[in-house]
Design a protein around this ligand. Structure first.
Ligand code: CTP
Ligand code: MG
Length: 393
């Protein structure tokens, strides 16, 4: 089975025209001209052998520029004054290729996709002698206007909005177009098939497959493609810290002072939890580590409360356009018991980071009496933070 496609792009695009601007099929949406997307879908489709594109004289240069990538893989044909005449010219250009089926598509529908093309071809294969029309049921209530007022409300049951690509047995639709050439009023090819008494099967259309008709349609299509192009930039960072335990009477962990039989030694308050958290935040934007920002050699940080470090990292993240998603800290120690202080720690971290409580997690584990932690020589902490960057870019 051989299948070909005719893409019509010989219209003037009057309704979408901006003074002095390009015809709509050559205007840019996303990274390419409108016509490029339909070409990519059909030229790249494994079941389509030949693609004819119908253009008008005024569009020749614009087409060459827009479709450079496909230049060797499409036939270029001159269109006529109406869509119907343009389709007929496209069909004629396929006479020597003699495909079994032809799909006729508006160059102004860039969002046709591989699945829709496959549905239309599949219907043609299973319904010999019939055409295939992708369509969607009309969901709006339809009114007929009379003298500027509502004249009548139509029954929308059974009404469908027709899309393209419309598929047909090639010979049948080419003959029907030839016979209909004197009556230049058909707005789509299924209407010509109907006139020529070729049965046409309805195929499920695609909501995305809109025809760009107005300047607003083009602006919306451009927005949609640009949005699709934005990578959701979620990054995670990890941090690890350890401080030695020495004789003393309290430790500070995750911002909470806990009476204890030992103390953590360090230049600042030696809060391993907050130091690990600071590193994990800095790691999400390549901003080095806590030592780069607060050198232990600097006497300024002697005895400092470590929330200062976290708040500093939060500020850096925000300046780089980041929004923190969550923070998770695990404290590794034999003692003190963390459970009773956990909620206070979560609240303290929520306050430093601006996070909702449910986005802050503090967990603790012992080291099963193994190693330096097991011998109560030190306490370690690991932290993970996630940050979303570049939202709204
Ligand atoms: N078309 C064509 N030849 C024509 C008229 C239309 O090939 N003489 C093509 C258009 O390029 C478009 C498709 O048929 O891809 C659907 O037509 P429409 O959306 O009406 O496009 P235009 O006729 O270009 O726009 P307008 O009616 O606003 O001038
Ligand atoms: Mg038109």
């Amino acid at each position: 089975m051989k299948a070909a496609a005719v893409i019509v792009a010989a219209g003037k695009g009057e309704r979408a025209r901006q003074t002095g601007g390009l015809a709509k099929q050559y205007q840019r949406i996303g990274d390419h001209a409108v016509i490029w997307y339909a070409l990519a879908a059909f030229v790249g489709h494994q079941d389509i052998d030949t693609v004819s594109v119908v253009i008008n004289d005024a569009g020749e240069e614009d087409f060459t520029r827009a479709a450079e990538a496909f230049a060797d893989r499409v036939r270029i044909v001159r269109g006529g004054a109406s869509r119907q005449a343009s389709v007929r010219a496209g069909l004629s250009s396929l006479r020597d290729a003699a495909p079994d089926f032809v799909l006729i598509h508006d160059g102004a529908r860039p969002f046709v996709d591989e699945a829709l093309i496959a549905r239309v071809l599949g219907t043609l294969a299973t319904h010999p002698g019939a055409g295939a029309l992708p369509a969607l049921p009309v969901s709006d209530t339809i009114k007929r206007e009379r003298d500027g007022l509502v004249g009548e409300t139509l029954d929308r049951a059974g009404l469908f909005a027709a899309q393209t690509p419309q598929g047909f047995p090639y010979r049948m639709i080419a003959d029907a177009h030839d016979a209909a050439a004197g009556f230049d009023h058909f707005t789509d090819d299924a209407a010509i098939a109907e006139w020529a008494e070729i049965p046409v099967v309805l195929v499920e259309g695609s909501a995305a497959n809109v025809k760009l008709t107005t300047a607003q349609d083009i602006a919306i299509a451009d927005q949609k493609l640009k949005k699709a192009d934005v990578m959701i930039d979620v990054r995670t960072g990890n941090g690890y810290d350890v401080h030695a335990l020495v004789p003393g009477d309290h430790v500070t962990l995750c911002g909470v002072v806990i009476p204890h039989t030992q103390a953590l030694s360090g230049h600042s308050d030696a809060d391993v939890g907050l130091h690990a958290l600071t590193d994990s935040l800095l790691a999400t934007c390549g901003a080095g580590d806590i030592g780069d920002h607060f050198p232990p050699s600097d006497p300024k940080w002697k005895g400092a409360a470590s929330h200062i470090f976290v708040e500093h990292a939060v500020r850096i993240v925000r300046e780089k356009g980041g929004r923190i998603g969550n923070a998770d800290i695990t404290l590794i120690c034999e003692a003190p018991k963390i459970a009773t202080h956990r909620e206070a720690m979560r609240s303290a971290i929520a306050a430093m980071t601006g996070l909702d409580l449910e986005r802050v997690s503090v967990k603790a584990t012992t080291n099963e009496k193994i190693g330096f932690i097991g011998r109560r020589e030190g306490i370690a902490a690991i932290a993970t933070a996630s940050v979303v960057y570049g939202e709204g870019r």
